[in-house]
Structure formats: structure tokens, C-alpha cells
Design a protein around this ligand. Sequence first.
Ligand SMILES: Cc1cc2nc3c(=O)[nH]c(=O)nc-3n(C[C@H](O)[C@H](O)[C@H](O)COP(=O)(O)O)c2cc1C
Length: 238
Amino acid sequence: MTIPKDTAAFTLAASATLSLEETVRTRRSYRGFLPTPVPDAVLQEVLQDAQNAPSNCNTQPWHTHIVRGAKLAELSEAMHSDNDAGRHTPDFSFDMDEYVEPYLGRQKAQGKAYFEAMNVMRADMDGRHRAAARNLSFFGAPQVALLFMPSFGDNVRVGGDIGMYGQTFLLSLAARRLGGIPQTMLGFFAGTVRELLAIPETQKLLFGISFGYPDEEAPGNRVRMDRVPVSESVTFHS
Ligand SMILES: Cc1cc2nc3c(=O)[nH]c(=O)nc-3n(C[C@H](O)[C@H](O)[C@H](O)COP(=O)(O)O)c2cc1C
């Protein structure tokens, strides 16, 4: 049975959570969302779950900005305009040219899967630019969570903490049959985001999570990424 999305029954259904195993094994990144906003009551539950993430020395360094409505449209427009002009203001570097094997091969496979799902040919640079730019429209999601953090030292520990928070947020969504996608690309426009949302310079943007009700029919959601066997990632010692 499909429950209409603007009803109290749907909100209730979204608050009934899947088992841990179903949650972690069905979570995936969505790149296409319905315009229906996530009700506040459900969002509060997700934020409470994420708040329980572990962190170094319990510092809880996450500062989450939820953007929706007119502000979201304004943000999207500003980021698209920056992107088209090649104006990037990231807080943290990200250079895919630094990947070496076996990570490089996995990164290439991920890009190929997305562009194929979007019917973009390898040599079509304009098409690739447009497909990547869908990140800046939040893949149609009517809300985004922007994960800001303070900057300490080389930021590796704080970055790890934000990762813990982000995954808890994503799993909480998945458990409620909602979906999200972590997006480093949103961090390329950190300066613009800070200015538009009046966020102090001391807060740095690591990544964002567009989220909501997945549009199962969207081409971007045809992507399914596999995993290498556990034995390639885990070494036992005794
Ligand atoms: C921190 C982080 C940043 C990411 N940034 C982006 C992004 O900017 N755009 C995008 O389309 N996917 C992004 N992804 C999604 C990954 O491509 C995705 O997690 C990976 O391919 C595995 O697929 P799955 O999440 O569906 O299992 C990001 C993932 C993580 C963890």
C-alpha cells in the first residue's frame, strides 16, 4: 500500500524504524528526491539520533545548519552561479588526482556509474558538468543539512567526528525509509554558504547532506555501488 505523502499516516510510517541490519544494508546514496518536505517531527528525531554520535573526548564538534524554503533556492542559485564561473571557496582541499590504486579505480567506477545512469557520454564535458551540477540543486531535495565544524590542528580528528555524525544522520534517515546523500561538492562553496547564512568564519564546512523522500524513478537513483569483499579491507591478528 502506498501512503500519500502529505498525511499524518505517512509521518507515522516514517517514524517506524527498520532493524539495524536492514538499515545499514539498504542505506545508499540517493540522487533524486521528491519535493515533499520532511515533517518537523521526523526531522527532530533524525537530529536527535545524529546527536548521539561518538566524538573525540565527547567534544561534539558538529554545527548543523538545516536549509529549506526560499533560503534553499537562494543558496542553490548562488552556488550554481559560482560553479559556472569556476569560483570555488572551499575550507578543505579535495584533489581527486591524488588518488592512487586501488582507490583511484574505485573512484573512476563511481563516476562512470553516475554518468551512465544520467545517460552522459564520457567525452561530453558539458553533459558531465551539468550532471555534476545537480549536486547544487540538492538533487531536488527540499532540504539540506550543512555540516560545519571548528578548525583544530590538521582537522583530521574533527573531520572524523563529523563523519560519525553524518553517518548516524544517514542511517537514521534510512531506518525511517527516507534517503540522503553526503556531498563534498557543497563544501566547494563554503565561503558563499557562510556569507548567505551569516555563519562566522571560524566555522568550516566539511560536507552537506541533501535528504528527503527518494524519487525511486529518478535516473540518478539507478546507481548501485558495490563493495570489495571484507577480506580485502580487514586483517586479523592473533
Ligand atoms: C563524505 C562524502 C562525500 C560525498 N560527496 C559526494 C558528492 O559531492 N556528490 C555525490 O554525488 N556523491 C557524493 N558522495 C557519495 C558517494 O559517491 C557514495 O557514498 C559512494 O559512491 C558509495 O555509494 P552508496 O553511498 O550508494 O553506498 C559522498 C560520500 C561521502 C561519504
